[in-house]
Design a protein around this ligand. Structure first.
Ligand code: CP
Ligand code: NVA
Length: 306
């Protein structure tokens, strides 16, 4: 936060440097301990977060709102159809108006360009709560979770199995920044964007891509998947169900990675990208991931606003 006139935004993971990302992850661990020990940590006393949603959410909404309460601040839920945005007020006007009231805005939108517009017109930090292209807050929680379970991020090998979607793309950037070795297995036509792979390489990463889920999973420390049909892709259901055949994270796949932790950002669609027994099984750490959304986002907000 060197330039006092320009707020820092968090539109994707690589808006943070490696050192800043580790600082946020360390702070996330501290907040987790503070919650566990019942210690007061009202670091955002009197501050308000606006939460703009164009898509549904359970974890993002509740973790941000609860996080602001725990930090001594306040959060306001702004569903698109509850505010004038839903009746055609331009996003740039919404952003400038919100900036005059709140201390930060978290936004979940369809087009990634929309968080860029919010940021362009905002005088307060904009935090990406998921776009069609990126889900960086999820990555913060994911990295915190992997570090908890593996002890360190270096020497960890992770396999992404499924759609090269928003969650995959931010995860690829997070792995690149923190030294996690990543293999991404997707069906043809569902790859992570080349531009994202290029950004990951620029950050020092070297993600491997394949169309073979077994190759990616074999001996991995972490296996990560997400839905095959993301919000906004409901019309593609039939085609996608067909195209993703063979990419299910199941007990059969885990035979190739008996020691792997299984991750999923949730919500999970059991019987599609993952089986019920894997979600419920010993290798699953999906609810640790969900919990860490709270701690990681509190860390991000207090870091952005200090
Ligand atoms: N993982 C995640 O962002 O969940 P929600 O859609 O419930 O917020
Ligand atoms: N890829 C999913 C993630 C939901 C948290 C979606 O965009 O719907």
């Amino acid at each position: 936060n060197t330039d006092d006139t320009q707020p820092r935004h968090f539109l994707d993971v690589d808006d943070l440097s490696e050192a800043e990302l580790f600082a946020v992850l360390d702070r996330a661990d501290e907040y987790k301990r503070a919650v566990e020990n019942g210690e007061d940590h009202a670091d955002l006393s009197g501050q308000t977060l606006g939460m703009l949603f164009q898509k549904a959410s359970t974890r993002t909404r509740v973790s941000f709102e609860t996080g602001m309460t725990q930090l001594g601040g306040h959060a306001i839920f702004l569903g698109e159809d509850d505010i004038q945005l839903g009746r055609g007020e331009p996003l740039k006007d919404t952003s400038r108006a919100l900036s005059r009231y709140v201390d930060a805005v978290m936004a979940r939108v369809f087009k990634h360009e929309n968080v860029e517009v919010l940021a362009e017109y905002s005088s307060v930090p904009i935090v990406n709560g998921l776009t069609d292209d990126a889900h960086p807050c999820q990555t913060l929680a994911d990295l915190q979770t992997i570090r908890e379970h593996e002890g360190d991020l270096e020497d960890v090998s992770a396999a992404w199995i499924g759609d090269g979607n928003n969650v995959a793309q931010s995860f690829a950037l997070g792995c690149a920044l923190t030294g996690v070795d990543l293999t991404i297995a997707t069906p043809e036509g569902y790859e992570v964007d080349d531009a994202v792979l290029e950004r990951a390489r620029d950050l020092g990463g070297d993600p491997t891509t394949t169309t073979d889920p077994i190759e990616a999973a074999t001996d991995a420390d972490v296996i990560y998947t997400d839905v095959w049909i993301s919000m906004g892709q409901e019309d593609e259901r039939d085609v996608r169900m067909n195209d993703f055949e063979g990419f299910q994270v199941s007990a059969d796949l885990l035979e190739h990675a008996p020691d792997a932790s299984v991750m999923h950002c949730l919500p999970a669609h059991r019987g599609e990208e993952i089986t019920d027994d894997v979600v419920e099984g010993d290798q699953s750490i999906v609810f640790d991931q969900a919990e860490n959304r709270l701690h990681a986002q509190k860390a991000l907000l207090s870091w952005l606003l200090e």
